[in-house]
Ligand binder design. Structure first.
Ligand SMILES: Cc1cc2nc3c(=O)[nH]c(=O)nc-3n(C[C@H](O)[C@H](O)[C@H](O)COP(=O)(O)OP(=O)(O)OC[C@H]3O[C@@H](n4cnc5c(N)ncnc54)[C@H](O)[C@@H]3O)c2cc1C
Length: 340
């Protein structure tokens, strides 16, 4: 067995909520190790929409997924969390002294007083459309955007009618050569404000919109040239340098499912006072949890981490009284900041 890594809290998931959990726990002098299957922090923000603007983070009228991740990393730096990337939290066991043992798929072993599950949608993968030979053009079929500049002056075809398809239609339209949005219906699932923006762009002729389905792609020597859109009126060929199917994500809870926690519709049930799961000492925050009225938003996840951290403090230090401190007067934060 590899060396045992001891920590107060082991956070599973380095998405925005897992990162902010480091901050809230750090304020109460609880140290953290963080593990993530991905090779970098930021979860969905970094993996699925690093350049998409987010408008509902307080005090940031607009911030990209990447910038939010960078700012969170800066904010938690004083607490020196230890990250373990490309590690899947796999097996969980309770030790005789009430602490937890977690081992990862690649063989790391952790000994933690508490476990914080911030695993979002678990492992996520984009749903792929059923179009023949799609894999031949993997370089020109994108399910997320990392470098927005790669889309400059290109013919882009976006498929789908949800938030991602609509957000990217609005966003990319300003820099591409042409943008065509294709959806099988003329009803969208996105936020009303974005749907209105997309309709406005269509009415002004800045983008094209077709009700239909892409059934074939055309290309040669591994280079994609066009897509064939099947419409009620017939087949339409649309020039295409980059095809972006946004048909949602396949989420799977992964190993968390087998840890004996109460689940509801593939989410971990928690108390809204403590964000503790059905098992004492194991907490769940962010997209992975569920409770009446849950909203899967970064903002909600941030709120959950504050209550969770206070509950964790009481769990680890049952004899100690915890008084609420503002960050401006928190001795823990001041000491850490002064030490940097
Ligand atoms: C296209 C799109 C646009 C969005 N726009 C907004 C928006 O504008 N505003 C907003 O508030 N929200 C938005 N969201 C939702 C927001 O991204 C999520 O609410 C947020 O990412 C949840 O954060 P999290 O930390 O709980 O989970 P995630 O971001 O999903 O991170 C969870 C992390 O846990 C890791 N993980 C999972 N299982 C394991 C395991 N067993 N071992 C190790 N690591 C594991 C994953 O790899 C991942 O990195 C959007 C989502 C999408 C897809």
């Amino acid at each position: 067995m590899s060396k045992l890594i001891e920590t107060d809290a082991l956070i599973i998931g380095a998405g925005p909520v897992g990162l902010f959990a480091v901050f809230e726990l750090g304020l109460l002098n609880i140290n953290c190790h963080v593990i993530d299957i991905l090779d970098k922090p930021g979860g969905q923000c970094a993996q699925l929409y690093p350049e998409k603007p987010i408008y509902d983070i307080p005090a940031y009228p607009m911030i990209s997924g990447k910038d939010l991740t960078d700012k969170l990393l800066l904010q938690i730096k004083p607490f020196s969390p230890v990250f373990h990337f490309e590690e899947l939290a796999k097996d969980l066991k309770k030790n005789n002294d009430g602490t937890w043992h977690i081992s990862t798929k690649k063989g790391l072993n952790f000994h933690a007083k508490v476990i914080i599950i911030a695993a979002g949608g678990g492992s996520f993968e984009p749903k792929k459309p059923n179009i023949p030979n799609l894999e031949k053009y993997f370089d020109q079929v994108r399910y997320s955007i990392d470098q927005i500049d790669n889309f400059k002056n290109k013919d882009i075809v976006i498929l789908g009618g949800g938030d991602s398809a609509l957000d990217w239609t609005v966003q990319l339209n300003e820099i591409v050569k042409s943008l065509t949005l294709i959806h099988r219906r003329d009803v969208f699932r996105g936020s009303p404000a974005t749907v209105n923006k997309v309709m406005d762009l269509r009415d002004k002729g800045e983008i094209k919109f077709h009700v239909g389905q892409v059934k074939n792609i055309i290309g040669s020597n591994g280079i994609l040239d066009a897509v064939q859109c099947e419409k009620k009126e017939g087949i339409l060929e649309i020039p295409c340098d980059i095809l972006m199917p946004f048909f949602g994500l396949t989420m799977s809870l992964g190993p968390v499912e087998k840890w004996g926690l109460n689940l509801l519709e593939d989410r971990v049930s928690v108390s809204t006072e403590t964000y503790q799961t059905s098992v004492p000492g194991i907490y769940a925050v962010g997209d992975i949890n569920t409770y009446p009225g849950k909203l899967k938003l970064i903002l909600s996840g941030f709120h959950e981490t504050a209550l969770m951290a206070h509950a964790v403090f009481k769990y680890i230090n049952p004899e100690e009284r915890l008084t609420l401190q503002y960050t401006t007067t928190s001795s823990s934060l001041q000491k850490k900041l002064l030490a940097k």
